[in-house]
Design a protein around this ligand. Structure first.
Ligand SMILES: Nc1nc2c(c(=O)[nH]1)N[C@H]1C(S)=C(S)[C@@H](COP(=O)(O)O)O[C@H]1N2
Ligand SMILES: [Mo]
Length: 393
């Protein structure tokens, strides 16, 4: 069976016997009740090409690093995603904020654990390396992801390090502490045109534990690249990118009177807070709700007819779902059979849909989750709507 909780099994699915080798997994056709097979309506077809991006999006800013420091950006080219390439190479993983030029990576690094503890602690990287290590494939999406960068501020990697919960075991926490402020190095000599320096976030104990938050030193088996937080970053699975603090050097135990950090205030709207609350305790968990969007449209010829393959991703959320649906120009949602099925909320799942448009023209594609129990506020707002232009039918 192509199900299971481990990442090995998950990514093994694409190559499982019966899965389509050439084009990856996930086609629009129904599956044969619970088996491994993904019937492929394109099996006897010929791919004619890939449509040139989505209409009205800034493709120029995709796939190449731009800017510096706080304005450093690299957007992933989502159009090239394949079922056997869903873990993104370190060199391609999106960047939001490049290594601060004031940070000297040659200096020894320590994490200062302070605040509402009986005795503060300085933890070295060597001490951290001696603790129990865990690895997990986790997707990050910048809460400022958008069509201006063709939605490329999103990527998944395997991260390795130590659970924050294990680090907190090393100190004696005072009774009034309710939360942890995790802060990273953020001194840039160049001011930003767009954002406030200072990336820190306050997490309640239960939020850290539920997410399985980790302080990681490795990305895809390599030491963290400088732009991704070398030597240490926070990974809080399921939370927006802005909470995944890079260059972590401080953990401070706090209580409910702790003010919101500048980052929490700056990102209040984008993380769907009810307001830019003054107190950190009033913020809800900045979790990515279930979302989905197309990433490319391929043109095929199958049995003498033109057929389009819409390839897309689904990510975010906290529950598994088989209720993915696609809509064209706001028409009734049509169910999309995801094959291989959705088996984790930690990372993205590739899907595809066989589409025969009725006429040439421009179409807006939006995805939906046809299950009222699954929150999809950002998806339903039309945030991930993409337009395609069809010339030939
Ligand atoms: N210290 C620090 N950490 C940071 C930021 C920052 O500006 N400074 N940016 C955050 C934001 S907004 C995002 S989306 C993620 C991006 O992580 P990545 O560049 O490794 O993809 O890092 C987060 N961590
Ligand atoms: Mo972000």
């Amino acid at each position: 069976m192509c199900v299971g909780g481990t990442t090995t099994l998950l990514f093994g699915c694409a190559d499982a016997p019966g899965a389509d080798e050439g084009e990856g997994t996930g086609d629009g056709a129904p599956t044969t009740g619970g088996g491994d097979e993904c019937p492929d309506p394109f099996a006897d077809g010929v791919m004619l090409g890939v449509l040139d991006g989505f209409v009205g999006e800034a493709q120029a800013a995709v796939g190449e690093f731009q800017g510096q420091g706080l304005d450093g950006r690299l957007a992933l080219d989502l159009g090239t995603l394949e079922a056997d390439g869903l873990i993104i190479d370190n060199a391609d993983f999106f960047i939001r904020t490049a290594l601060p030029d004031q940070l000297d990576l040659e200096q020894p690094w320590t994490i200062n654990i302070s605040g509402l503890v009986d005795a503060p602690l300085e933890l070295s990287l060597a001490e951290l390396a001696a603790m129990v290590q865990t690895s997990r494939v986790v997707l990050l999406e910048c809460s400022g992801n958008g069509s201006n960068r063709a939605f490329g501020l999103i990527s998944a990697a395997e991260w390795s390090g130590v659970l924050v919960a294990d680090i907190l075991e090393l100190v004696s926490i005072q009774a009034e502490a309710t939360a942890v402020l995790i802060a990273g190095f953020d001194e840039h000599s160049q001011p930003s045109s767009q954002s406030t320096p200072g990336c820190s976030w306050v997490f309640r104990f239960d939020e850290l534990a539920a997410a399985g938050a980790m302080l990681v030193t490795h990305m895809n088996g390599e030491p963290l690249p400088p732009d991704h937080g070398q030597p240490l970053r926070l990974i809080i699975p399921g939370w927006y990118g802005c909470c995944n603090v890079k260059w972590v050097d401080s953990i401070r135990l706090v209580d409910d009177s702790e003010p919101a950090t500048s980052q929490m205030l700056e990102f209040a709207t984008r993380t769907h807070q009810t307001a830019a609350h003054a107190l950190a305790a009033d913020y809800s968990a900045a979790i990515m709700q279930q979302a989905a969007m197309p990433v490319r449209v391929e043109q095929w010829e199958v049995g003498g007819q033109i057929l389009y393959k819409i390839v897309g991703i689904m990510w975010g959320g906290t529950e598994l779902t088989d209720a993915l649906a696609i809509r064209f120009d706001g028409d009734e949602p049509i169910p999309v059979e995801v094959c291989a099925p959705h088996v984790t909320n930690d990372t993205w799942t590739l899907w595809s849909y066989a589409w025969q448009p009725e006429a040439p023209g421009e179409y807006e594609i939006t995805m939906a989750i046809d299950d009222p129990a699954i929150p999809t506020n950002r998806l339903d707002s039309g945030f991930y709507a993409r337009r395609v232009r069809i010339e030939e039918i």
